[in-house]
Design a protein around this ligand. Sequence first.
Ligand code: SAH
Ligand code: SF4
Length: 396
Amino acid sequence: MPPSPAPAEPALVHAAAKPSLAGLTRAELAKALRLMELPERELRMRVSQLWHWIYFRGAADFSSMLNVSKAMRERLDVAFSLELPEIVEEQVSSDGTRKWLLRLAPTNVSEKPAEIECVYIPESDRGTLCVSSQVGCTLNCSFCHTGTQRLVRNLTSREIVGQLMVARRRLGDFPGLERPTDGLVPGGEGMRAVSNIVFMGMGEPLYNLENVEAAIEIMADGDGLSLSRRRITVSTSGVVPQIGRLGEECGPMLAISLHAVRDELRNELVPLNKKYPIAELLRACRDYPGASNARRITFEYVMLKGVNDSPAEARELVRLLKGVPAKINLIPFNPWPGAPYECSDWDTIERFSDIVFNAGYASPVRTPRGRDILAACGQLKSETEKLRARARMVAE
Ligand code: SAH
Ligand code: SF4
């Protein structure tokens, strides 16, 4: 007879009665299986089996795990699920960008389900998934819409990995699944629908470092999801003390939201700069473990009309980055209702980009993607909420 469901531990509590195993680390999986009173000698083997089914095959239920005995599959099914965050809404842009609104199960009984957004950007040679690390953000960058929302909570590593798993299931990116038929997902022999991850959704990843690192370890594990760390980029507004730690402990690619070349202006745009000014931030970048010309740090620079977009600032940017293995990413500002800024004119962006390019930096201007579905950075979730509120007003 199968045993009764294992008592749920706080870290494993799930809205449904059964805690999900999808998104757990190896240590968490072992802990969950220990609750089933499996003998220690069996644990390692079971963890490896589950790891393969969950992360390599993308199994949606225990019954498909054919090399696990039927009795064991039934026991697992009684105690656990393989549920992922729920897709509440999907929007597909005319350029193939997809935005999912995901509902997360509460992490404890007193909590309401939280919602986050996750955006998929297909290109001819890659598919990039933009993931969130927090619900809301504690930092109040003046040009970012997420910054106007309060922090609700950190995401668990399971919820961060869950975003990749949901995307891969939806995009038919696990063995035996079909790609969507709309032709908007890159594919072909050996090409993955999701080849790159950027932590550029909601939240400041370095304020949730442990969970972000645990998630990256799962995403990069060669027996499972198997993404190269060179294809995982963590973007930070500049939490200096955590930058070195991220590099030493985990080693993903680093992106810095710089946005200004003078402390006075950066204090205004990215208030965290008052705590960790530009010189300290750049010192942490120079020391970032593993940074080299082959593994450059990306500096993001949002183009704000009349604020940070002069040729003098472009020249100062080049001077500041001397000695740092850097790429520069110019981002056209994505306006949001009530935003105190406008996007720089195209000519101004080009002039800025030319100065940076002539100094030897590749300076791609990030083409806005998914504008028709409001999938742009800093607009996630809040826009959907506003649209819903507007729709409700119209309906009432
Ligand atoms: N908190 C982290 C990661 C999330 S923000 C960080 O700040 O780096 C991801 C990127 O989107 C950052 O470079 C951020 O500065 C940029 N961004 C935020 N709001 C934006 C907007 N309205 N237009 C363009 N880029 C924006
Ligand atoms: Fe937070 Fe990044 Fe937005 Fe700043 S830009 S408010 S750090 S999400």
